[in-house]
Design a protein around this ligand. Structure first.
Ligand SMILES: NC(=O)C1=CN([C@@H]2O[C@H](COP(=O)(O)OP(=O)(O)OC[C@H]3O[C@@H](n4cnc5c(N)ncnc54)[C@H](OP(=O)(O)O)[C@@H]3O)[C@@H](O)[C@H]2O)C=CC1
Ligand SMILES: C[C@H]1O[C@H](OP(=O)(O)OP(=O)(O)OC[C@H]2O[C@@H](n3cnc4c(=O)[nH]c(N)nc43)[C@H](O)[C@@H]2O)[C@@H](O)[C@@H](O)C1=O
Length: 313
């Protein structure tokens, strides 16, 4: 991407989109195009087509989506499928129609089968059944990455996709029940410390294993891929390291300074037992993560403390 190129970052107020904007600006890209959800509803085919016709972006980072944690996904599968399919089809299709030079579509590691070989290489896509708690979201994300692949095959475009592991960082969603695990724990342990509570309840058994990537590292990887990767197959983005949810709660308790007990609500779902990405393809391309988990949680907690209203987003 040339420094003066017109770059559209879809979802620029979200955790990932805002990190991509921060990274691009730091690198000297200065012709960035953004629209809030209120200004441009990406579920509207007409509005998206008109926007691309008028603005003619040369590059697109597709970081807008309906996103949520395990309960949000389980409660609203129809909404997760419909909104994500509409947004990604509208944006990718209009980008192609208007001759956008390159697009990066963001999916998620939940596209891979529930019982996939671990760590999960890109090639295990569609080899067996998906995890039920986020099946709708995964199917929408698989459709997005396949649509990029099919456009490349049929029309010779250069549209790529990246599949990040679980993410966290500044600007996350701290909703008490609908967020992902890391922001949920930061908020819960912080409030427990403030209120002097002796115990907090976390969800499931604590046994599932997860991998976490700091969002600024993801943004860096997205810009790296836009500049250095072309190809049909998606690219995993993660650290290649995992820990149990129980170990994660202990780490968040340490960083937030919460010293009480941690209890487990077994009526809440565990979700997929293990979800570790094979990141060898990205490493071979020359990219590796920088921020380790404890440092990343510290940075995120500092941001949370600076912006307490964020909790209500
Ligand atoms: N968070 C995570 O752990 C992971 C995220 N990802 C992927 O990264 C991407 C971004 O996720 P994240 O930043 O966490 O999500 P956020 O919820 O933080 O941000 C989503 C963004 O999408 C925008 N948006 C949602 N619906 C619409 C719509 N109908 N029209 C226009 N804009 C819309 C929102 O706009 P506004 O702010 O204006 O409302 C918001 O800026 C997604 O593709 C997600 O699948 C992948 C793996 C893990
Ligand atoms: C990024 C990814 O994120 C989702 O998949 P997930 O990894 O299962 O998501 P999660 O972060 O919500 O939970 C991880 C684990 O943590 C446990 N857990 C404990 N206590 C809390 C808690 O308080 N909140 C939450 N949310 N989880 C908790 C929880 O029970 C589970 O075992 C999908 O949206 C999927 O579509 C997707 O893309």
């Amino acid at each position: 991407m040339e420094k003066e190129a017109k770059i559209y970052v879809a979802g620029h107020r979200g955790m990932v989109g805002s990190a991509i904007v921060r990274t691009l600006e730091k690198l000297g890209y200065h012709n960035l195009l953004t629209r809030t959800h209120r200004e441009l509803d990406l579920c509207s085919q007409e509005a998206v087509a008109a926007f691309f016709r008028e603005e003619q972006p040369e590059y697109v980072f597709m970081a807008a989506a309906k996103v949520g944690g395990i309960i949000a996904n389980s409660e609203a599968p129809a909404d997760f499928m419909y909104e994500n399919m509409m947004m990604e089809m509208n944006v990718i299709h209009s980008a192609w129609q208007e001759g956008c030079r390159k697009l990066l579509f963001l999916g998620s590691s939940c596209i891979y089968p529930r019982m996939a070989v671990q760590p999960m290489p890109e090639s295990c896509l569609l080899t067996s059944e998906l995890e039920k708690t986020n099946e709708a979201y995964a199917l929408a994300k698989i459709s997005g990455l396949k649509y990029c692949e099919f456009l490349n095959k049929q029309y010779g475009t250069d549209y790529i996709s990246a599949m990040p592991t679980n993410l966290y960082g500044p600007n996350d969603n701290y909703h008490p029940t609908h967020s992902h695990v890391l922001p949920a724990l930061i908020r819960r342990f912080h409030e427990a410390k403030e209120q002097g509570l002796k115990e907090v309840v976390c969800w499931g058994t604590g046994a599932p294993l997860r991998e976490f990537l700091y969002v600024d590292d993801l943004a860096d990887a997205c810009v790296f891929l836009m500049n250095h990767y072309s190809g049909m197959e998606t690219v995993n983005v993660g650290t290649g390291l995992e820990l149990s949810i129980r170990a994660l709660t202990e780490l968040v308790a340490k960083v937030t300074g919460y010293e009480g007990k941690i209890l487990w609500d077994h009526d809440k779902p565990d979700g997929t037992p293990r979800k570790l990405l094979d990141v060898s393809k990205l490493e071979k391309l020359g990219w590796k993560y920088r921020v380790d988990l404890e440092e990343g949680i510290r940075l995120t907690y500092e941001d949370f403390l600076k912006n307490p209203m964020r909790a209500e987003r």
